[in-house]
Write a protein that binds this ligand. Structure first.
Ligand code: 6GU
Length: 246
């Protein structure tokens, strides 16, 4: 997969994404990350890429010309018109199934805005998907792009090691993950749950499943509605006094 990021802060995005697992994937040749500096396409002798909004109001709006030229510098190299993802609080809220769908694309362009946004005309011309990462406001699209790229790229085959497999984990079946423990067996008086030391895999699996169900009921009852919960597990939650509708 090739991720092309159109941004005013290329270093921020590349430094963040290359620091960890995605950097390793890039070295392995499974993933490529390219940041295109929109400022390189300024049409102005002062290298400006923004101007006051027509109609008045606070802040500055990114001009359409540099954004369009940055887009063309990427799209013209590709044989097929790629999906262009604009990171914006006005977009659809990102989730795991969107990550799964996008991870199948060969090339993706991510457009990061700053200031008060980007001139609407160029957005109409190039953007195929508007994505938000949640109901709060960021200063720019870069952090959102990094979040979205991280979650997509880790689903690309080979990016994770087998033992880091993305198959059985949080959101796979709409349940949160169970708690994990490692050595030492006792830490500041707190013991690892006995069942995990028992060597009885059946009991371990049962305990972990229960913990997942309980955690989800406590922290994310909205997810529980989508999860496949058995009658027995519903009973368990009732005895633990999570009386919310399941
Ligand atoms: Cl995608 N961009 C910005 N600027 N702010 C956000 C966001 C995106 N998602 C939530 N807040």
């Amino acid at each position: 997969m090739n991720c092309h990021i159109l941004t005013l802060f290329p270093q921020m995005v590349l430094d963040g994404l290359r620091t960890s697992i995605l950097g390793r994937a890039e070295e392995k040749g499974i993933l490529s990350l390219e940041a295109v500096n929109i400022r390189d396409f300024s049409e102005n002798k002062h290298n400006r890429v923004d101007d006051a909004p027509y109609g008045g109001g606070a802040g500055l709006v990114m001009q359409p010309g540099p954004v369009y030229s940055a887009y063309r510098s990427v799209a013209d190299k590709l044989s097929k018109k790629p999906r262009v993802i604009y990171l914006t609080p006005q977009g659809r809220v990102f989730n795991q199934s969107m990550a799964e769908e996008l991870s199948k694309e060969e090339d993706l362009i991510f457009l990061c805005g700053h200031y008060e946004g980007i001139d609407e005309r160029v957005l109409e011309m190039i953007v195929t998907d508007n994505i938000s990462i949640g109901d709060y406001v960021l200063t720019g699209g870069e952090l959102a792009a990094m979040v979205v790229i991280d979650s997509i790229a880790r689903l690309v085959p080979g990016v994770l090691h087998n033992d880091e497999s993305a198959e059985f984990e949080t959101f796979h079946d709409s349940l949160l993950e169970y708690p994990q423990y490692t050595r030492p067996e006792e830490f500041m008086g707190k013991k690892v749950p006995q069942v995990l030391l028992s060597g009885h895999h059946g009991n371990v699996d049962k305990w972990r499943r229960e913990q997942s169900v309980i955690r989800t009921a406590k922290a994310r009852p909205d997810l529980l509605a989508k999860a496949e919960i058995t009658e027995k597990e519903k009973e368990l939650l009732k005895t633990l006094d999570f009386q919310k509708e399941i």
